[in-house]
Each structure stands twice: as structure tokens, then as C-alpha cells.
Design a protein around this ligand. Structure first.
Ligand SMILES: Cc1cc2nc3c(=O)[nH]c(=O)nc-3n(C[C@H](O)[C@H](O)[C@H](O)COP(=O)(O)O)c2cc1C
Length: 346
């Protein structure tokens, strides 16, 4: 592939490459090391388990949202519409992918809010774009266009470093985030894209007033591998292919030292039991990106299959409910208090 592509070509290439086996980190997110205590006497009915929470002023059916993926191309538009309908039907949140391409092309994604009027909708922009001239204005337009309940600013220095056309100047990003927190009309979430956010960075982000940190840790979709695959010669980056901090490590470490802060979890969540474990580790809500994309378009990147994706989302919720049932927790607040441990190596 050419080392210089435009943003739209890159977006569509990302969707296709994200579905390939090469897109997965070789190191896992760590959920298998988390063991929840089994309760042999749940004293409740499985069908009565209540996964509901309030997120961003919306009542949702489970602490779940579809992770930030795509936007800005015809293909991305049809995927996002399907995701918005699915999120609305299932009563879970939706985070869109970077809105930059769509805004810069003068197009709107406002239809997503029309398709998903009653769920939390989270906009998205890169931290590096926020720090550039006009970045704050772009962020304002992103929020307005979607009528978003929050905007997620993604930090992806590793991905940008490996991306042939990536940005290398990461100065002034924290100051831009601080400004955005003050100036934007909605809450600000900061996320990685699969290399994780650790304690030191989380502290700096909370210190400048961000509402939530989405750890987006290592163990799921791996953008280093995806960008390396777009290069003619990726050898320089081979030592960094699995750079980053696994999701479980990020969650455990941040929630231990900052238990009162709002954490979101993503990166390598592959089923409802992983999602439940992320909640138990201190996340307020959990998202999955690649697994939902895979369920929707298949590994062959075909037309959106809402029935298959709907089944995946229903299974996720059923698995979460089973995790609560088997720990004797009737609802999410009780589940946060159940026993468990992180095994050696976790
Ligand atoms: C096709 C695709 C496109 C993505 N685009 C974005 C994006 O535009 N902005 C962003 O913050 N994260 C983006 N991500 C990263 C995800 O939000 C998430 O952090 C990461 O994929 C890890 O989650 P997963 O293991 O469940 O896929 C994208 C992920 C996928 C699979």
C-alpha cells in the first residue's frame, strides 16, 4: 500500500484491516486473571437481574456502549447508522469514531442522534487535532453536530508514530484538553486506542478536569499492528508491536489509587463476562469496538447484518447478567461489592 493516502481511504482501510487476524494484540487484556467468587446460593432469579445504570443522564439497560469506530466515508456512514439503530434498540450507549473527516468534508452525522434519541451518544476527536489551530472549534462542531452527551478525545501517540502519514508533534495536547474541559458544553472523556492509560497520565487528566478516562488498554484491537501492515517496510516498529499496558492492569491500578474517579473500560473486552469483570474492577461502563464491527459486517467486511450484531449485543448482556447471578448480586451496585481476586501475573 502507498505510504501516503487520504483520510477517507485510510478510514476504509482501517475498517478492513481491523477485521484481519493481524489486528489483534499478541498480549491479552488480562481478564482471564480476574476470578470472581462463585456464589452457590444466589437467592435471586436470573431473569430479575438488573444491569441498568444511569450514564450521561440517560438510563441504559446495561453498563455498555459500542466503542468508537468510524466515520467520514460512505462505508462508515452505513456502519454508523446500523450501530446507532442497534444501540437504541438495546438501550446501550454509542460512541462514534473521529468526526474530523466528516466535519472537514462539510458533512453531518446528525442523523445518528435522530436514530438514537434516547441513549448516551459520545462524539470523538483526536487529541492531536484538538491541540492544532482551530481544534477547539472543531470539537465544538463535533458536539453540536451529534448533539453529543460527551466527547471522547483520543490519545494515540503510538498509532500516529507508526502511521506513515501520522502526526509526530504532541506538544500542548494537555493544555488543549484543559481548555476543552472549560469551553465545551458537554463532558470530556479521554481515551487511548489500545495502548492504555496508566495512573500517572490519568492523574494529569483528572487534574485538568476531565470527566472520565477510558483506559482503552492493550489486549484487543492493536493499532500498531494495523498501521505497520499499511507500511511497505514495518521493521522499525516490530519491537513496539505489543507496546502498552493491558486493560486489566490499567483499570486495577487507577481504580486502586483513584477510586472516586469515573473510569470507562475498553480494549480486549470479548464477552459479557469480561465486561462484568471490568465493572467489578471499577469501570462505570464498558465498550467493545472490533467485536461489534465483526458481528455487524463479518470477517469479510460485507453489508451490515443487524440481526447478527443484535444477537451479539443480546449475548453480551445475557453473559453480564449471568456473571451477576453467579456472584449473588441482583444489580450493578451489589455486584461492585462481591468478592474476587486478580491472579498472579494479572
Ligand atoms: C475500525 C475501528 C476504528 C476505530 N476508530 C477509532 C476512532 O476514530 N477514534 C477512537 O477514539 N478510537 C477508534 N478505535 C479504537 C476503539 O475505540 C477502541 O479503543 C479499540 O479498538 C480497543 O477496543 P476493542 O479491542 O474492543 O476493539 C477504532 C477501532 C476500530 C476497530
Amino acid at each position: 500500500m502507498s505510504e501516503q493516502t487520504n483520510s477517507s481511504d485510510r478510514k476504509d482501510a482501517h475498517i478492513a484491516l481491523a477485521l484481519e487476524p493481524l489486528a489483534m494484540a499478541a498480549i491479552d487484556a488480562g481478564f482471564d486473571n480476574v476470578r470472581l467468587d462463585h456464589c452457590a446460593i444466589p437467592e435471586c432469579r436470573l431473569e430479575d437481574i438488573d444491569l441498568g445504570i444511569e450514564l450521561l443522564d440517560h438510563n441504559i439497560s446495561a453498563p455498555l456502549f459500542i466503542g468508537a469506530m468510524t466515520g467520514g466515508t460512505a462505508r462508515a456512514t452505513s456502519i454508523n447508522r446500523a450501530l446507532a439503530e442497534l444501540a437504541e434498540t438495546h438501550g446501550i450507549g454509542l460512541a462514534v469514531g473521529s468526526q474530523r473527516a466528516s466535519l472537514e468534508a462539510g458533512s453531518s452525522q446528525a442523523d445518528l442522534r435522530a436514530l438514537a434519541p434516547s441513549i448516551p451518544l459520545i462524539g470523538n476527536l483526536g487529541g492531536i487535532q484538538l491541540a492544532q489551530a482551530g481544534g477547539l472549534d472543531l470539537a465544538r462542531r463535533a458536539v453540536d453536530d451529534l448533539r453529543a452527551d460527551a466527547i471522547a478525545i483520543h490519545l494515540n501517540p503510538l498509532q500516529e508514530a507508526v502511521q506513515p502519514e501520522g502526526e509526530r508533534d504532541w506538544r500542548h495536547v494537555l493544555a488543549a484538553i484543559e481548555q476543552a474541559v472549560v469551553a465545551l458544553p458537554c463532558r470530556v472523556i479521554i481515551k487511548e486506542v489500545g495502548a492504555g492509560i496508566g495512573v500517572a497520565v490519568a492523574r494529569r487528566l483528572f487534574d485538568v478536569g476531565v470527566w472520565a478516562v477510558d483506559v482503552a488498554g492493550l489486549g484487543g484491537t492493536n493499532w500498531t499492528r494495523i498501521e505497520a501492515a499499511r507500511r511497505e517496510d514495518p521493521s522499525l516498529f516490530v519491537p513496539f508491536l505489543d507496546w502498552g499496558t493491558p486493560t486489566v492492569t490499567c483499570l486495577h491500578e487507577i481504580s486502586t489509587v483513584m477510586p472516586e474517579k469515573t473510569l470507562l473500560a475498553s480494549g480486549g473486552v470479548r464477552n459479557g463476562l469480561d465486561a462484568a469483570k471490568a465493572i467489578w474492577l471499577g469501570a462505570t461502563a464498558v465498550s467493545l469496538a472490533r467485536p461489534v464491527l465483526k458481528a455487524l459486517v463479518g470477517l469479510e467486511n460485507g453489508p451490515p447484518d443487524r440481526v447478527a450484531a443484535s444477537r451479539t449485543l443480546a449475548d453480551l448482556k445475557a453473559q453480564m447478567a449471568l456473571a451477576l447471578f453467579l456472584t449473588g448480586a441482583p444489580d450493578i451496585p451489589h455486584f461492585r461489592e462481591v468478592g474476587g481476586r486478580i491472579a498472579e501475573g494479572g
